[in-house]
Design a protein around this ligand. Structure first.
Ligand code: ADP
Length: 481
């Protein structure tokens, strides 16, 4: 069980950003270290060889100069007690030059066709002179296992009748490079540990604020949404993340508040007609009534039931809007016939309040609308104009063209109107002007919010102007077809 726990903890750690960042950081660090190591190795190798070549070439030149500067004319050579042959003389001269050479270099000199000098350290080995000579001093490599386990690098100078090779085994270079490798082998793991620790430290530091955010997020519930996450003041990515999260929390709070308010308002709206219904039924059951009284109670029950159905319909419609379940099918509609048809259908509502529904449409214009949904919007506006308008004064539906390709449909009525301070709230859900709450005609305050949604789907605009005690005008602005 414990092992299982440990394994699952290890697996989750491997999946963390902290682990991945450390891994990336260390790998990059190691890669960089390897690249620098290789570069140093190549550079050292190259520059050591170059220095050796320069030094060998100089020695070859020096030997030649030493021999030629001695002004010994080998062609006029006369044997004497010291030197039996010209070669002996040259040998001595070269020996003198080489003894000045502090390094144990191999030197081989040929005069005409004869090797006249070879340093002791060559131990009888003969270095081959190349057949072709390319430049001033050629750099050659020899593989003489008897002399050195490493390649031997040599400078070859051919000048006058002399051929000179000054060579040196590359063991010093190899030793230097080997020490470099050794140092690297020791340093690499140290660097690896430093890079892993460094990576872990950096990622731990940079991610600690994320941990803090996660801890705060764990504490947040629907009950404490007003509390925010700390750290908005930072101007980096974390600050931005905190700001965005706080904005999101604020949005969630707003919608939860809205939903709470919505359900409180909805239950309140449903409760009023239900209480009236219950009261009327209780009265009906309390004592026997005449058929006329029963009829009156039933009529009132019917009105309250209709009110309930109306509220439930609107609530249902609003929840469909909120869940984007409404589909719009636009078509070309000619407004004259369309509006006259709506007014004819609604005339019975006007008749009840002796209100005349009048259309003022000059010419005819077409619009691209969903006729059913727009009918619903206009129905709500006309219904309000009848409900909240003065008895016996007409409700007028006007269509006028605006500049460009726009047009407006206005619904006008006379009456108490809407006080200035409520105009901005009139389209909010469940909002009703206080005075209309007491009216029997008042609804649940949902009609205008439905109108606004329908107009919005048509990319239109809705405006209201009201002069309390005189005229109230609701205007829908649409694009003509
Ligand atoms: P309701 O269902 O209460 O009518 P609405 O959203 O349709 O809800 O209207 C909101 C409020 O706006 C109404 O309660 C009423 O006070 C006011 N109102 C709407 N239309 C008019 C109008 N034509 N004249 C005066 N007041 C109006």
């Amino acid at each position: 069980m414990n092992l299982k726990n440990t394994i699952s903890k290890a697996v989750s750690y491997v999946k963390t950003t902290r682990f991945k960042t450390t891994l990336w950081y260390s790998s990059l660090f190691l890669l960089l270290e390897a690249m620098i190591g290789v570069a140093i190795y190549v550079y050292t190798h190259h520059s050591l060889n170059e220095q050796l070549d320069i030094s060998l070439s100089r020695q070859a030149e020096a030997i030649y100069n030493f021999v030629s500067d001695s002004k010994v004319d080998l062609n006029d050579f006369q044997p004497d007690s010291l030197y039996a042959s010209p070669e002996d003389l040259v040998y001595d001269l070269i020996f003198e030059a080489v003894t000045l050479n502090p390094r144990n270099t191999f030197v081989q000199v040929q005069f005409k066709d004869k090797i006249i000098f070879r340093t002791e350290n060559l131990m009888g080995h003969r270095l081959d002179f190349p057949a072709v000579k390319t430049g001033k001093v050629d750099i050659l490599t020899f593989n003489e296992a008897g002399l050195s386990p490493y390649t031997i690098r040599g400078a070859y100078l051919k000048k006058g009748k002399y051929k000179i090779i000054v060579a040196f085994p590359a063991d010093l270079i190899h030793e230097t490079l080997n020490s470099l490798k050794d140092i690297y082998v020791i340093i690499a793991p140290v660097f690896l540990i430093i890079s892993i620790l460094g990576g872990a430290l950096i990622s731990a530091r940079s991610l600690s604020r994320i941990d803090q955010i996660i801890r705060r997020m764990d504490e947040i519930t629907a009950q404490n949404l007003e509390e925010t996450i700390e750290g908005e003041e930072y101007q980096d990515e974390y600050g931005r993340l905190v700001r965005k999260l706080n904005e999101m929390i604020h949005r969630i709070k707003t919608s939860i508040d809205y939903m709470n308010q919505f359900s409180i308002s909805a239950s309140h709206e449903l409760k009023t007609p239900l209480t009236i219904l219950r009261g009327e039924i209780e009265i009906a059951l309390k004592s026997p009534k005449t058929p006329a009284e029963y009829r009156e109670i039933l009529q009132s029950n019917y009105e309250e039931t209709m009110r309930l159905i109306n509220i439930v319909d609107k609530l249902f419609f609003i929840s469909r809007i909120d869940h984007s379940l409404i589909k719009i099918h636009k078509e070309k509609v000619y407004l004259r016939a369309y509006l006259e048809d709506i007014l004819a259908d609604m005339s019975f509502l006007g008749n009840e309040s002796q209100i005349e529904l009048r259309a003022a449409i000059q010419g005819d214009v077409a619009v691209m609308i969903d006729p059913e949904w727009m009918r619903q919007a206009l129905f709500n506006l006309i219904d309000n104009a009848i409900k909240y308008g003065d008895i016996a004064s007409p409700v007028i539906i006007e269509v006028s063209r605006l500049e460009g390709s726009k047009l407006e449909i206005s619904v006008k009525n006379q009456g108490p109107g809407i006080p200035e301070e409520f105009i901005s709230k009139i389209f909010d859900r469940f909002f009703r002007v206080e005075s209309s709450r007491n009216r029997t005609t008042g609804g649940a305050g949902l009609g205008l919010s439905v109108v606004k949604s329908i107009v919005n789907w048509h990319s239109g605009e809705i405006k209201v102007t009201s002069e309390p005690g005189r005229e109230t005008v609701f205007t829908i602005i649409l694009q003509s077809a």
